[in-house]
Design a protein around this ligand. Structure first.
Ligand code: UTP
Length: 317
């Protein structure tokens, strides 16, 4: 049984209503595509990555969404706004399907924007949301980190916050070879299926020093206590103000739980994972999937033939 960390009963706890989507990072792993285009705007089939993130927040009942953007990120603001000329042109043609597709992003939620003057780190981006969020718990969804729409991770995290107060992180078991690329959590089991108590956190641990195989992925439900901690968190790894460092402080106080996730998650800020995401989601689309999957099978068969013959695969068209 997990000991409650707050005297407030679940009924007395404020429900989570707001989400923050940090999207001000430089996206250096995806250069040169991200030189003038935000990585969050890279298309995943036919929607920018960040639209899936906003759809996920809205589906979990979070109706107020604050995007943390920066210079060169205006495309994000435009995408979640009305597009008068485009809408007029589509309406004049009677193209209601495309008209809806153009209007949908602005209708998903009550969307706000704030600029992070300099990309000083994820922790700093979250701190930029302080005034908008106020003294309420809130969710954070990284703008390039996609959780498959068939999963219910965020709703589960909101339930855990409701039951235990404090903050909640999402954890995925990572390959031991890969764990140094993530924030990593030291955990203790609880008697609740898929829920752990987080006893410590370290950002990108040096190889061989990770406290577990649990990587922190881009979904958080945070207690507003995190803001005071972030105010005094110095730059950490990479010279950036790390959200993980602030959460380590909260974890030391026993107020952080983890929801273990083993579903479908895509890091679209990573080139290889981006490609996998596009292929997976295209295959799952009723309008594109059958034709694309047939082509993909043929392409893979050709690759295998070419591999057997010792040639480069490039035939399927
Ligand atoms: P990343 O670790 O992916 O960093 O940030 P990045 O700078 O965006 O990309 P790379 O590593 O250079 O390719 C994780 C999330 O935090 C946001 C990013 O936009 C992303 O959603 N972030 C990061 C900010 O909003 N501000 C920052 O200062 C840093």
């Amino acid at each position: 049984m997990i000991a409650p960390h707050s005297s407030a009963t679940p009924a007395a706890r404020p429900a989570v209503r707001k989400a923050v989507v940090p999207a001000a990072g430089l996206g250096t792993r995806f250069l040169p595509a991200t030189k003038a285009t935000p990585k969050e705007m890279l298309p995943v089939v036919d929607k920018p990555a960040i639209q899936y993130v906003v759809e996920e927040a809205a589906a979990a009942g979070l109706e107020d969404i604050l995007m943390v953007t920066g210079r060169h990120k205006r495309a994000i603001e435009d995408h979640f706004d009305n597009a008068f000329e485009l809408e007029q042109a589509l309406a004049a043609k009677g193209d209601t399907v495309r008209l809806d597709a153009v209007r949908d992003p602005a209708r998903l939620a009550d969307i706000h924007h704030i600029r992070q003057g300099d990309p000083l780190g994820l922790g700093h981006a979250v701190l930029c949301a302080r005034h908008h969020v106020g003294n309420q718990p809130f969710a954070v969804l990284l703008g390039d980190d996609l959780i498959d729409a068939r999963e219910t991770l965020l709703s589960r995290m909101l339930e855990v916050r409701e039951a235990h107060a404090g903050s909640v992180v999402a954890l995925m078991e990572a390959d031991p070879e890969q764990i140094h690329l993530y924030g990593c959590a030291a955990v203790e089991p609880t008697d609740e299926e898929g829920v752990v108590r987080v006893t410590g956190l370290v950002e990108k641990p040096a190889p061989g020093t990770a406290p577990s195989r649990y990587a922190v992925i881009g979904r958080y439900v945070l207690d507003p206590a995190v803001f005071d901690v972030l105010e005094r968190t110095p730059p950490g790894r990479g010279g950036e103000i790390q959200l993980t460092d602030a959460l380590q402080d909260l974890a030391a106080g026993g107020t952080v739980h983890g929801v273990v996730f083993d579903g479908l998650r895509y890091d679209t800020g990573d080139k290889a994972d981006y490609l996998r995401t596009v292929v997976r989601l295209a295959c799952a689309r009723p309008d594109l999937g059958p034709e694309f999957t047939a082509w993909l099978k043929e392409f893979v068969a050709d690759l295998e033939d070419d591999e057997a013959d010792g040639r480069d695969g490039h035939r399927a068209a």
